[in-house]
Design a protein around this ligand. Structure first.
Ligand code: G16
Length: 544
């Protein structure tokens, strides 16, 4: 570790007193001007985590994803590409909060942590880091790098500007292959495009069935998706990226992007309401880890195809392939959702498809851990954040099937398709670009239009409202966030309101990425869903 004098000097440059940090739904996320301290301590923590994981690369993404431009944050990624193990979230939080006291509190806590975890601070470690396009990114990167410098043998690979899922993927691949080709964003493009080429060749698909319009939320997804798809024969000339002004930080997520489209249930700025040519549209969020699709129907009306619709599309698709090769008993298929999943989607998956559904708290870290209990685990939040994960057993069963010389050609074709799909999907985390290609591949194979996809089931009308409260930390939930434990008495009032409506549901929870409480309501008509959301919001406001 650095000598005490240098360490104290670095500490004093970056760490400020008087703020309490909490590890949220996806890491630390606040207004950028209060983040220097936690960026510095995250530099230390990521280095410790890598040493603890025997030098394997730990990923770090500086982003506030769907949040407004003045926010920023940091997500720590474990060596396999998934979110930081939960027991380390409290180390990260306690280290940051020790640094908001004074240098002595910080060094005492750090020594204690190092001792408890048995970490040799001089051992080698590796960190892969990237950031989104926010203005505060370079400053926060400097704070992070200074923190990581206190451990002398940490090697940093700075990937510059990436989407969050690219960083997750590169972290995982960097750990898998030590001596292969450079693991950079061009490696990412090659991996996913070659899976796409294999699938389209296998299924005889020659072109995209419709034009693709991508709203990139004025974020880093814009240059990355253009760089990836522009020279490709399927996409060149068939896709258009709007809201691609990633170099104007103030425009990030403004009147566009996945969160805007999903929450407001309307088209983003820059995409016209028309249906004059076969077209499918989609919106990424600011760091391209979420995607929602949509189209305009024959009356020019906006129709949303959100995370629930993606979950059902993938679940149905994989179910039909599994049964075509008679593997439905050998390989388990399951869907993971959160309380925000539309009741109609859950009903459709359980009752129509007959596939089990599990509900977890919000945050892909929760959904991911549940999904890996299945051989094919489909997980999506309604907001468009999600992916599909495939087990080791899946790989073994599929490759055993592929090496069986007695298989029929149609069985071999289906097994190859399953195998290639597991390469087209970014299994580390929700990924707007990879999910987009996965959905386009499924729709092309099935020959489905967006209209046909939409008709699989009809969403119950729903409404999501943000309520500002003096202290969101008093909102504690249970039962996968579907019921409030605190403030006392509030759940009873919500239940009484819900009882006034047909097929209604409502819940309240504190956001883990914004300083607000979220109110969700669904009911059998649009008027009822709006009315219930508004009445529950009023009760929350009066209660606070
Ligand atoms: C993050 C998480 C998502 C979560 C979303 C909203 O998304 O990764 O899993 O759904 O925040 O969380 P909350 O309701 O707690 O604010 P992103 O895209 O912002 O990283």
């Amino acid at each position: 570790m650095l000598d005490k004098g240098t360490l104290e000097r670095l500490f004093k440059t970056y760490c400020k007193p008087g703020f309490t940090y909490a590890y949220g739904t996806a890491g630390f996320r606040y207004k950028a001007d209060v983040l220097d301290t936690v960026m510095f301590t995250t530099g230390v923590l990521a280095g410790l985590r890598s040493i603890y994981m025997e030098g394997r690369t730990v990923g770090v993404m500086i982003t506030a994803s769907h949040n407004p431009p003045e926010d920023n944050g940091v997500k720590i990624v474990d060596p396999k590409g998934e979110m930081l193990e939960q027991s380390w979230e409290s180390y990260a939080t306690d280290l940051a909060n020790s640094a908001t006291q004074d240098f002595t509190a910080f060094s005492v806590f750090l020594q204690k942590l190092v001792h408890e975890l048995g970490i040799d601070t001089n051992a080698p470690g590796n960190i892969a880091i990237a950031r989104d396009s926010r203005e505060s990114g370079p400053r926060l990167l400097r704070a992070f790098l200074s923190g990581s410098r206190i451990l002398p043998n940490i090697r940093i690979t700075d990937h510059g500007l990436l989407t969050t899922p690219q960083l997750h993927f590169l972290t995982s691949k960097g750990n898998e292959q030590q001596n292969g080709p450079a693991v950079d964003r061009f490696f990412y493009y090659k991996e996913f495009l070659s899976a796409w080429d294999d699938i389209t060749a296998l299924c005889g698909i020659k072109s995209l069935p419709y034009k693709l319009e991508i709203d990139a939320a004025n974020g880093i997804g814009a240059p990355r998706v253009k760089e990836m798809l522009s020279a490709h024969k399927f996409f060149d000339g068939n896709f258009r990226v709007v809201n691609d002004d990633w170099q104007t930080p103030a425009s990030l997520n403004h009147l566009c992007g996945a969160d805007y489209v999903k929450t407001n249930q309307r088209l983003p700025h820059g995409i016209q309401a028309k249906n004059d040519c076969p077209r499918i549209c989609c919106s990424f969020d600011g760091d391209a880890d979420r995607i929602v699709f949509y189209f305009c129907d024959s009356k020019g009306q906006f129709r949303l195809l959100d995370g629930d619709k993606m979950a059902t599309l993938f679940a149905k698709f994989f179910q039909s392939i599994l049964s075509s090769v008679n593997l439905q008993e050998s390989l388990s298929l399951g869907v993971v959702q959160t309380a925000y999943a539309n009741g109609s989607s859950t009903h459709y998956i359980e009752q129509v498809l007959g596939i089990p559904v599990t509900c977890t708290p919000t945050g892909v870290k929760h959904l991911h851990h549940e999904a890996i209990n299945h051989d094919i685990g489909v997980y999506f939040e309604a907001n468009g954040h999600g992916t599909v994960v495939f087990s080791k057993k899946f790989d073994e069963v599929v490759s055993r099937g592929l090496s069986n010389r007695h298989q029929s050609s149609s069985t071999l074709q289906s097994l190859r398709l399953l195998s290639k799909f597991s390469n087209l999907i970014n299994q580390t985390v929700g990924d707007a670009i990879s999910d987009m290609m996965g959905v386009l591949a499924v729709l092309s194979i099935l020959g489905w239009s967006p209209q046909k996809w939409d008709l699989e089931y009809t969403d119950l009308p729903n409404k999501l409202v943000k309520v500002l409260v003096p202290d969101r930390t008093v909102y504690k939930t249970t039962n996968a966030e579907r019921q409030l434990l605190s403030p006392p008495g509030l759940q009873g009032k919500i239940d009484a309101l819900v009882a006034d409506y047909q097929h209604a549901r409502s819940f309240v929870r504190a956001s883990g990425t914004e300083d607000a409480v979220r109110v969700y309501a669904e009911a059998s008509t649009r008027e009822e869903a709006d009315s219930l959301a508004s009445r529950v919001s009023q009760v929350v406001k009066h209660n606070s």
